[in-house]
Design a protein around this ligand. Structure first.
Ligand code: HEC
Length: 245
């Protein structure tokens, strides 16, 4: 009796071993082909929203240690959708492949607004790259560089070290116009609709009370003033109609 039970258990465990082996053999050719170096280049499609530096969260979470992690659990990322928090899956070759093919199909309601990588090869490359990153073996070229060029993320520059032309000493407003004064002595008038006001409370954000203006030519719609906290914004901007009362 006992020995029969034992042999049943044995048979069962052989069966599952064989099943596992079969799976491995079947999946090997499909999953093992990604090239991390090529993946680093493909990752530029992700770098506007994701950093591979641990703890550096942007629109999306840092992907520094995503491998074999439960979805929606990167420490310090505060913007997960409910759908992602509830998704009970672990990031592996297979789940990442589905995710990157069509995020919305794998996790309906996700806030990752990315249509997906249509080419299987491109997905395999990025997956190989993410695995290498998690193992601390990322190809040198892609540690940060790609993202910086593509993304124009102000958070990549240390705003505490802004040059005088970036240090905002005062902002006045009159009607539809902001008057921005900077530490280099310049005064520029900007149409209210062209000036964006942002906050950055992170380690690279500005010193409290010392907002920084970023972005080329204030004539365009790209200039933004970054404050350390939202409460500073309206306190900093003073009514100022100068001579035209
Ligand atoms: C437009 C911005 C954007 C782009 C581009 C983007 N992502 Fe995302 N990604 C996000 C956001 C936002 C989330 C969180 C989604 C949620 O909570 O529903 C996310 C989540 C993820 C996750 C899950 C992370 C976790 O903590 O479980 C992975 C993996 C991922 N992205 C990989 C990629 C890869 C690889 C690319 C490029 C092929 C890419 N993403 C492109 C914004 C983006």
């Amino acid at each position: 009796m006992i020995s029969r039970m034992k042999s049943n258990v044995l048979v069962a465990s052989y069966r599952s071993m064989i099943a596992t082996l079969a799976l491995l053999v079947l999946s090997e050719p499909t999953w093992a082909t990604g090239d991390p170096a090529r993946g680093a280049t493909t990752f530029q499609a992700c770098a506007a929203c994701h950093s591979t530096t641990a703890g550096e969260h942007m629109t999306g979470p840092s992907l520094a240690k995503i491998w074999a992690r439960k979805a929606g659990t990167v420490e310090g990322f505060q913007r997960y959708s409910e759908a992602m928090k509830k998704a009970s899956l672990v990031w592996t070759d297979q789940t990442l492949d589905k995710w990157l093919a069509r995020p919305e199909a794998l996790i309906p309601g996700t806030s990752m607004s990315f249509p997906g990588l249509r080419e299987s090869k491109a997905r395999q490359d990025v997956i190989a790259y993410l695995k290498a990153v998690s193992e601390g073996k990322a190809p040198a070229t892609a540690q940060r560089g790609g993202g910086m060029m593509m993304s124009m993320q102000p958070s990549k520059v240390d705003l505490k070290k802004a040059p005088p032309e970036g240090q905002v000493t005062g902002i006045g407003y009159c009607g539809d116009t902001y008057t921005v004064r900077t530490a280099d002595g310049k005064v520029e008038k900007v149409w209210e609709f062209n000036l964006r006001l942002k906050t950055d409370s992170g380690p690279l954000g500005p010193e409290p009370g010392k907002p920084v203006i970023v972005g080329g030519g204030m004539q365009g719609d790209r200039a933004f003033v970054v404050f350390a906290a939202p409460s500073e914004i309206s306190a900093f901007i003073k009514p100022d109609c100068g001579d035209r009362k």
